[in-house]
Design a protein around this ligand. Sequence first.
Ligand code: SAM
Ligand code: SF4
Length: 326
Amino acid sequence: MSLDRFGRKIHYLRISLTDHCNLRCVYCMPEEMTFRPPAEMMQDEELLLLVRLFANLGFDKIRLTGGEPTIRAHIVEIVRGIASTPGIQSVSLTTNGVLLSKLSKSLAAAGLERVNISIDTLNPVKFKRLTRGGNVEDVWEGILAAEAAGLTPVKLNAVVVRGYNEEDVVDLARLTCEHAWQVRFIEMMPFGGATDLQTGQMVSAQENKRRIEQALGSLEPVNGGELDGEAQIYRIPHAQGNIGFISSVSAPFCSDCTRARLTPDGILRMCLLREYETDLLTPLRAGASLEDLRRLVLESVWNKPWGHGLASGEIPLNRLMSQIGG
Ligand code: SAM
Ligand code: SF4
């Protein structure tokens, strides 16, 4: 079991399969993005070796993310390899959904349990503006394909950006009346160098909830107000699905955090919003033993930070969200 110095059991690994993406969301990356060359990325066999190492240390839950994980070559084989690793109980995926209409069935057959799909607005014009060119119909088809393939419960993620989609939370929330989906509203986080709107145009979870309640009536808390993962969950009375608010900026959930992140270039990062990192790929390529790598992981887990420093202006500068894995 991997414990940190605050007694948190760290057993959930988010792996970013690539920093590349087929969209350019305004809150995530600049329009002209420079991506990492393939030689610097973990190769499939390196990735699977590290997954076995983490599984041996008690990690049982894996989420694949990015960049856009579905554009990684051999994504289906990677899912199959991870899902069949002894000790791994669940493999899930965070995706923009663009390729899910093609991939859902084979991903489900390879052992993928479920998906989180990003969709920030249902309005095609606003979607194109937010993603700098995306087609919301592709994502919608991806959501339906994922549900049909049994990648459930489907969760939809929306980052809310003032001036882009703050009014659209109502239509997104309304989807839960007819669909057994969880629609989650995420506070935008700042990563140095990505874009200025991250600090000036964040919309709080509180404001999103207020806007939805003004339009659709009071929301009922689900689970007695307990967090579900990182989200506070509510329901529109009699709805099929539910609504989550993720207030990573205004009310961080550090005491419940069980996560570590592995970047596409094999760096272990223990907090999304802190720069503390441990390189695993360089020692692996230099011939480090499994015991050496194990020691590096345990030391890094032990030193997992607590709390972000956004309130005091400490913004992580060394990587963007797409380079860490959301
Ligand atoms: N490309 C996939 C997607 O969009 O779902 C996976 C990677 S993306 C970085 C993972 C999640 O991070 C998405 O839900 C995305 O909306 C969210 N995200 C990206 N930039 C963010 C930011 N600055 N603040 C908060 N969430 C962000
Ligand atoms: Fe790509 Fe996801 Fe970032 Fe959008 S949020 S640019 S889809 S990685």
